[in-house]
Design a protein. Sequence first.
Length: 203
Amino acid sequence: MKYPKLRELREAVKALIKGPYTSKFPYEPYIAENFRGKPEYVEDECIGCGACAEVCPARAIDVVEKINRNGKSTRKLVLHYDICIFCGQCVANCTSEKGIKQTHEYALALFDRKLAVEEVEKELVLCQECGEVIGPRDHLVFLANKLGLLASGNPLLMLTSQEELGLLKEDPAEKSSPEGRANMFRVLCPKCRHETVLTDIWG
Ligand code: SF4
Ligand code: SF4
């Protein structure tokens, strides 16, 4: 009986010198170095590919596309952090590796769940022939940069990066017949490019 009492006394003296083991939360935030808090998009680094939505196990990310054939079409990624389980899969599998980051933010309580969203919006490229969605402009530019000179073998990537550099300002088909060779120099979806190449070769 004597030894346990001595041990407790030693613990009490140690605690008096060292201070309490517990954190002072909520008066002082306590965050471990590898704590996974609210995921946040990094607008300049995200390319809008949607891979984060594909891998999200909680289906917390919606991909919302707005198509406007006469103006700007967009893809919005909407992350609902009231559904998010903070697993970090979106960050680990991000195509650009920097498009989304996991912050240390944990105080996320809100009165209205509709406000628990984190968004990023990207411009979509449409086929100049049929108007089908090809993909986000930043994604195509990312692929062109990644491939470097090899991108010149793919007309879509080559034309998109030329457009990005301001080298391609107008639709070439506006100056000649869309069925003609000028169609080769338009931003086309795979189906329209296939038909254009066949028409060019076989007429
Ligand atoms: S942290 Fe996990 S649950 Fe949350 S958005 Fe990313 S992948 Fe989905
Ligand atoms: S770049 Fe990363 S964050 Fe952006 S849509 Fe793709 S996977 Fe998601």
